[in-house]
Ligand binder design. Structure first.
Ligand code: FEO
Length: 397
């Protein structure tokens, strides 16, 4: 799909197959777009970012009377193959195109595609393409260390690549066109995208936002999701808040992760949800492995409190829950107030493994224990007592 952003500036939007996994691991059953941008200056024709292997924009470009062979410059803000996988085709059809990238981006262009015709940008460098001036800013680690952003001076457009992006497929192109149902999709799918893809780099997100704060940004054109033209600061502030979750400024909410083999561990969750509701605390209950860990990461990332309800499986924690907590270690979902409980029968083991994860995740552990079978009244009291403490911790400012 092609859309005109301004005269001579077009969005090329490719919607990834909903059955695929993003980065090979994240569900995108609600879709995700990969956006490229096409600028035709009076001196140079420029593509900003490209698309994954197997995709192309030939028909979209043809609708504007253009073809890949017509472009002089390819700006690669970031080399992850969702934006570059189709470059072998582009380079074979347009072997003289000049790539603009960071130094690491240049190295990766050669490593991935054997292509060396790369101009390494300096921070703040300008490029006059005829009636339009592009300015390049190195913004490392939003998402990879190779990342930069491109700013179109005359129009105040920031081509931000992964930053300010989202999962989800939207009929609308712009923020001011979104329907209520699209907003209802955009909210969780932006937060899941951030938590899954960007969260580990949150300190760099804040640094990048700060570094770009002096720019007159009138439109943000990310490489995933929608274009922000009515209120670009909305998504900037949203991202700053999400980055704040990694710094400890989280919502007074509790994520309850629950695994259950035969219903014994699960039988306690309804009581906890009722207690939280009575206390005015929002809970997010996520079944593991019924729900992909992608969603557990999203909800736990925003929450101050965490419940891990997981039984013992052959002397250790129920493996899908251990796998989910392993993701938490990798995605640095750290520092939550937390508790664990779970059913066992002929041995315990989940609690010992939880303690190991709690240490890695720097959790403030209120309680953890394995109970036998369905549990006793005493076990139920221990669980609800711990949860009452968790509620109080979450309520604290
Ligand atoms: Fe959308 Fe990090 O690539």
């Amino acid at each position: 799909m092609i859309s005109t952003i301004k005269n001579n500036i077009h969005l090329l939007r490719y919607e990834k197959n909903h059955d695929d996994l993003f980065e090979g691991c994240w569900p995108i059953n609600k879709g995700v777009s990969i956006n490229s941008y096409c600028l035709t200056g009076s001196k140079k024709r420029v593509l900003i970012d490209y698309v994954e292997a197997g995709a192309d924009f030939d028909n979209d470009l043809a609708s504007q009377g253009l073809k890949l062979e017509d472009f002089d410059i390819l700006v690669l803000n970031h080399m992850e193959p969702d934006h570059t996988g189709a470059l072998s085709t582009l380079f074979s059809r347009n072997p003289d195109i000049l790539v603009y990238a960071t130094r690491l981006g240049a190295t990766e262009t050669e490593s991935l595609y054997g292509y060396k015709n790369v101009h390494v940008i300096t921070n703040g460098e300008e490029l006059d393409i005829g009636g339009m001036t592009l300015v390049f800013y190195a913004t490392p680690n939003i998402h990879w260390p190779d990342t930069m952003m491109t700013y179109l001076k005359e129009e105040g457009i920031l081509f931000s690549c992964d930053a300010f992006g989202a999962f989800g497929a939207y009929q609308s192109v712009y923020d001011d066109e979104l329907t209520d149902s699209e907003w209802a999709l955009l909210k969780p799918e932006t937060e899941r995208y951030y938590a899954n893809i960007v969260a580990s780099f949150s300190s760099f997100v804040l640094r990048g936002i700060n570094a770009l704060s002096g720019l007159d940004i009138r439109t943000i054109c990310p490489s995933h999701g929608i274009v922000w033209r009515k209120d670009p600061l909305y998504v900037v502030n949203w991202y700053a808040r999400l980055a704040g979750y990694a710094q400890g400024e989280r919502e007074k909410e509790i994520t309850i992760l629950v695994s259950s083999m035969y219903g014994n561990t699960l039988s306690y969750i309804g009581t906890l949800e009722r207690m939280a509701k009575e206390a005015g605390i929002v809970t997010h209950t996520i079944r593991i492995p019924d729900t992909n860990s992608s969603y557990a990461i999203e909800k736990a990332f925003r929450s101050k409190g965490l419940v891990v309800a997981a039984p013992t499986y052959e002397k250790e924690m129920f493996p899908p829950m251990a796998h989910c907590l392993d993701w938490f270690v990798r995605k640095e979902i750290k520092g939550r107030a937390a508790m664990h409980f779970g059913s066992s029968l002929w041995s315990g083991g989940a609690s010992a493994e939880f303690k190991s994860y709690a240490e890695k995740l720097q959790l403030d552990v209120i309680d953890t224990f394995d109970f036998r079978g369905k549990g006793t009244d005493e076990d139920r009291k221990r669980i609800t007592d711990a949860f009452a403490v968790l509620i109080e911790r979450v309520k604290q400012d």
